[in-house]
Design a protein around this ligand. Structure first.
Ligand code: AMP
Length: 391
């Protein structure tokens, strides 16, 4: 059960509602290049508009370094949002200060105001109380619907909740329900699949999943570090030498749950047109590198996935950006899609692999937040969620 109040638990009629959304979308030539996160925020925005609130949206976008940087402006996002909803969408060139205050004061129920990038102020990432107070002064209610930023304690994700009644939006609720259920009360067998470039990013996640899941299937570059830790030759593969001890410890602790590839696809150079060979794990010659899991691994992992009732997947099984080394990732995506299990995919690269493979419709939940979903899988409390009112 979702323990936080949502927009449905609070009277929003004729109120000004500040909504932290995750509009951190990729832009290309000044236009929105992927609208997934904008669309994911629409149910909350539409609910508030239908219930006669004035909706003030704030978000960060990218990583602007020193204050205002036009390439990270939210103006293109505001323009794009206007094409998705019939209500009037205004834009304010600052998220706090007189410009924001005037625009918020003038906003009427049934209208939308998009504020400029919160990270144009350095105070945002410092969770500065002054900035949080200024954001709060724009509205009567705070709604956090930015799951993708919920693992950050920033002024617009956590601090602002100190100064206003603060509740969750529908996207936040849905994300937490799927990920929380998988971690706390999964239908079993519960299989976790972890890939991606590095182990070091996901040590806490592997540790927690070894406790919670029935099996943890490892693929991608991170498997190489486990191989080397066990004394297998890995040639020129990507390896993190500084976490070999941790990898050894995880293999030891998780001996009956942690599974590593039994075969791999190796390449004579890090390029799509490299010569490739399939090799059993442990026989990678010098000068070659592992770029994908092998067919026997795909078969073995797919069998485990087919029997699962809950599957959580983060990180590709190989360098799937190279079509010649994408097969492991796509086959695993297919196994997950066909499993009939409650399937949850988090993390940018596994999400784009599933989208590319055209299987997204068959996945129960595709998370909008890579970092936040990993922290959930690690069992950590998300500050942006903790700050909201309990039911
Ligand atoms: P992450 O952001 O940690 O999920 O890592 C995703 C990246 O891992 C992708 O860009 C993949 O190309 C990369 N990756 C996956 N498998 C390998 C591998 N065997 N060697 C090098 N990079 C890999």
């Amino acid at each position: 059960m979702f323990a936080k109040k949502t927009v449905k638990d609070i009277d929003v009629k004729n109120k000004k509602v500040l909504v932290r959304v995750d509009f951190n979308v990729p832009l290309k030539d000044g236009k929105v290049n992927d609208d997934t996160r904008i669309r994911a925020a629409l149910p909350t925005i539409q609910y508030l508009l239908d219930n006669h609130a004035a909706v003030i949206l704030c978000s960060h976008l990218g990583r602007p370094k020193d204050g205002v940087d036009p390439q990270y402006s939210l103006k293109p996002v505001a323009d794009y949002l206007q094409t998705l909803i019939p209500q009037k969408v205004f834009f304010a060139k600052d998220c706090i200060g007189p410009v924001a205050k005037q625009a918020a004061d003038a906003l009427e129920s049934g209208q939308v105001l998009v504020l400029e990038n919160t990270r144009f102020h350095a105070e945002e990432k410092k969770n500065d109380p002054g900035m949080a107070k200024q954001l709060a002064s724009l509205a009567d209610i705070f709604v956090n619907d930015a799951f993708g930023s919920a693992h950050r304690a920033h002024a617009s994700t956590a601090g602002v909740a100190d100064y206003l009644p603060a509740v969750a939006g529908f996207l936040m609720e849905k994300e937490i329900q799927y990920l929380g259920q998988a971690i706390e009360n999964p239908e079993r067998p519960f299989i976790a699949i972890l890939g991606g470039a590095k182990v070091s990013d996901k040590i806490g996640v592997i540790r927690n999943l070894l406790k919670k899941a029935d099996e943890v299937l490892i693929g991608g570059g991170m498997a190489n570090t486990f191989f080397k830790a066990q004394g297998y030759p890995v040639g020129d593969s990507l390896v993190e030498d500084d976490v070999l001890d941790v990898a050894r410890e995880l293999v030891k602790d998780g001996s009956n749950k942690l599974r590593l590839p039994v075969d791999v696809v190796i390449a004579d150079k890090f390029e799509d047109d490299a010569t490739k060979k399939i090799m059993p794990t442990g026989s990678v010659p010098d000068g070659w590198r592992i770029l994908d899991i092998g067919p026997d691994t795909v078969t073995a992992y797919s069998k485990a996935i087919a029997a699962a009732k809950t599957v959580v997947w983060n990180g590709p099984m190989g360098v799937f950006e190279f079509p010649n080394f994408a097969q492991g990732t796509f086959e695993i995506a297919k196994a997950v899609a066909d499993s009939g299990a409650v399937s949850i995919i988090g993390g940018g690269d596994s999400v784009s692999a599933v989208n590319k493979s055209g299987l997204a419709d068959k996945i129960s939940h595709i998370s909008t937040g890579g970092g936040a979903s990993l922290e959930m899988l690690e069992g950590l409390e998300l500050p942006g969620l903790a700050a909201l009112q309990d039911k």
